[in-house]
Ligand binder design. Structure first.
Ligand SMILES: Nc1nc2c(ncn2[C@@H]2O[C@H](COP(=O)(O)OP(=O)(O)OP(=O)(O)O)[C@@H](O)[C@H]2O)c(=O)[nH]1
Ligand SMILES: [Mg+2]
Length: 541
């Protein structure tokens, strides 16, 4: 740390939302079924195994999270002549191959119940219970027939999915490896989702939503991904495609039966008005297209201001990390430093920049040039000024050259969005910064004490909701360049429809437009596009 450098205490990090997880079967119940005692305490040196074996006829189809001690595993035996199935069939071992503990049976041990064993019930009801009681004969769990020699007629899926959620904790030798069991192999990346897509269970936009959900890092991204996974964008495209199909049917009907009297009046006019409405809707969505992409990949938020205003201190405070060097010496930051952050629930790429000033050495001058370049690309500028030094030439120059053109407080379509922050409010006298002519709307902040941070985060949330689009309200967003490309293609084709005088060419333009919409949801997509999308998935998803 340089002399005088300070790092400010970060505010407590908001609790992360709990991870999405599938409900697991009751472990204790499962263990009781197979005659094992459930663990009493956590950390009792049992290994957790999250394997989902498939045993379709038994009804015990999903036994997840079974636990066993090392000693229990050593009891695992194999029926003579039975092929060793591979240790990932954990449920198989426990159900079919564990030698049962000696239990005393009530009545004739040969007349064993063929029912599945149940947890112990009071008053000697059938089921498994502690060995001190006299018990009826325990039922033998049905043998596993999923992958090792299914009997004739057994209902066996052709490609069962063995899901090792907790593979990290399982020794390497226990992992399914291609070739160790005939007919089994590790799943490709995105293979199961691809199958769902190929069988029409998911549209391409839903698949993309699922991929986005897997990679979502902020609340806004998660909400957006869930909406897309729910099929909102897909439904919108289907609705548009339906309108186009109707218009196309009208044009084709006119081509085929235009000469006849039995075709109702105004068919072509109706098609024209439907196309016009569609054009308006598509244009509105295309105008918003960058928002969805920003929500996916993060908005560019650039922190800029004169030297020593506290830009790096603010970046460190917002990112909750000592990313940039903070020092009382003006001109400390020379280069652009980027850090991805979760800003009030929105993803952002936060850039710290060199303090803007003239007449400095060549290295700092290069830093200033880069800072100005980065300002041009910003989706949102966080302009930082020293509240106790507003009258200095560098502050006045920054207000005139950066803040005023952006129209802080009253942004218009063409101007950049900007939030003006007056830092070091702790140095101000109790009355605030005092009368300051031409000072646009601003927020007071002290990076040192954290005062004003909540207001800043709220203002950031509002700005970023504008920049990225609010995923909880409004129409579904176009999250990928692919969506934008096809929507633009559709719009261009509709432009051709309006211009052409030839009805056959007009019908062809409508067909082309419909094809573009279909490709958004996956109809008629090429293999390469599918490969690109599914490549993003984790292995086995
Ligand atoms: N009193 C007070 N001091 C602050 C506050 N924020 C930052 N400082 C101090 O101001 C000095 C400059 O802070 P930096 O964050 O390095 O400022 P900067 O804008 O990044 O400076 P350059 O990189 O040189 O352009 C440091 O000594 C900080 O400790 C604040 O809210 N109150
Ligand atoms: Mg700095």
């Amino acid at each position: 740390m340089l002399p005088g450098e300070r790092h400010f205490a970060a505010p407590p990090r908001p609790a992360l939302s709990p991870p999405l997880s599938l409900p697991l079967a009751n472990r204790n119940e499962d263990l009781q079924r197979v005659g094992r005692t459930p663990p009493k305490e956590p950390n009792d040196h049992r290994e957790s195994l999250s394997i989902l074996p498939v045993s379709p006829r038994s009804g015990w189809s999903l036994l997840s999270g079974l636990e066993a001690t090392q000693a229990e595993r050593s009891q695992i035996v194999h029926a003579p002549g039975q092929r060793r199935p591979g240790p990932w069939f954990r449920g198989h071992y426990l159900r079919a191959e564990l030698r049962p503990r000696p239990l005393r049976h009530r009545g004739d041990p040969n007349q064993r119940s063929r029912q599945r064993p149940r947890p112990p019930e009071p008053h000697g009801a059938p089921g498994l219970a502690p060995s001190s009681q006299r018990l009826p004969a325990p039922a033998q769990p049905p043998p596993f027939r999923g992958a090792v020699g299914p009997r004739a007629g057994a209902l066996v899926p052709r490609s069962p999915k063995f899901h090792g959620g907790g593979l990290r904790g399982i020794p390497r030798a226990w992992r399914p490896s291609g070739g160790s069991v005939p007919g089994l192999r590790p799943a490709e990346a995105g293979e199961f989702t691809r199958r769902a897509f190929a069988h029409g269970k998911l549209s391409l936009t839903e698949v993309e939503g699922l991929a986005d959900l897997i990679h979502a890092e902020t609340e806004a991204q998660r909400r957006q991904a869930l909406r897309q996974l729910d099929g909102e964008l897909g439904h919108l495209c289907h609705g548009w495609a339906k309108t186009l199909t109707k218009a196309l049917a009208h044009v084709e009907a006119y081509i085929d039966f235009g000469e006849d009297d039995n075709l109702e009046e105004g068919v072509l006019e109706r098609a024209d008005s439907q196309v016009r409405e569609l054009e308006l809707a598509l244009s509105a969505h295309l105008r918003d297209a960058r928002r969805g992409q920003r929500l996916r990949s993060g908005a560019h938020v650039v922190v800029a201001g004169p030297p020593n205003a506290g830009k790096s201190s603010l970046v460190n405070l917002l990112s909750r990390k000592p990313v940039s060097i903070v020092s009382p010496e003006p001109g400390t930051t020379r280069d652009v430093l980027e850090i991805p952050v979760d800003l009030a629930g929105f993803p952002a790429l936060l850039s710290d920049t060199a303090g803007l000033r003239e007449g400095v050495g060549p290295v700092e001058q290069e830093g200033v040039r880069r800072a100005r370049e980065r300002l041009q690309q910003a989706d949102l500028i966080l302009a930082v000024l020293d509240a106790s030094d507003l009258a200095s030439p560098s502050s006045r120059n920054f207000l005139d050259t950066v803040v005023a053109p952006a129209g802080a407080g009253s942004p218009n379509e063409s101007s950049q969005r900007l939030l003006l922050v007056l830092n070091k409010s702790d140095l101000l006298p109790p009355g605030g910064p005092g009368p300051s002519p031409n000072l646009p709307p601003h927020l007071l902040l002290s990076c040192l004490t954290g005062e004003g941070l909540d207001d800043l985060l709220e203002a950031l949330r509002k700005e970023l909701a504008e920049v990225c689009g609010d995923p909880s309200t409004g129409p579904p967003l176009l999250t990928r360049a692919r969506h934008q490309h096809h929507l633009q293609g559709c719009l261009d084709a509709l432009g051709h429809y309006r211009q052409t005088k030839d009805l056959a060419l007009a019908a062809e333009a409508l067909r082309l437009a419909r094809g573009h919409l279909g490709r958004i949801t996956g109809g008629g997509s090429t293999e390469e596009v599918l490969d690109i999308i599914f490549r993003d998935f984790c292995v086995g998803k």
